[in-house]
Unconditional design. Sequence first.
Length: 104
Amino acid sequence: MSKKNAKVSIMPLGDRVLVKPEEATTEKSPSGIFIPDTAKKEKPETGTVIAVGPGKRTDEGKLIPVALKVGDKVMFSKYGFDEVKAGDEEYYIIAESSILAVIK
């Protein structure tokens, strides 16, 4: 079943989900140098599901609902999404198959 956050006017279609990415963090080295995430070894990104599409249709027309729900914290591939903006906020639209894991 589709769910939508009242603040966001973007509703994903099919088996896609709308994710609010976590902010990039910086780490401080022992000598006091700040190291941004972009300088570290590439790793999957994380974010929170804001809205989900209704699901994917099979060739027979049967609807397979999305297994994620609004509020799930997920891990996804660094390059497996489309960036969209709504107001001042940045979101990612990601196919369910590009979600790597749900973080509990």
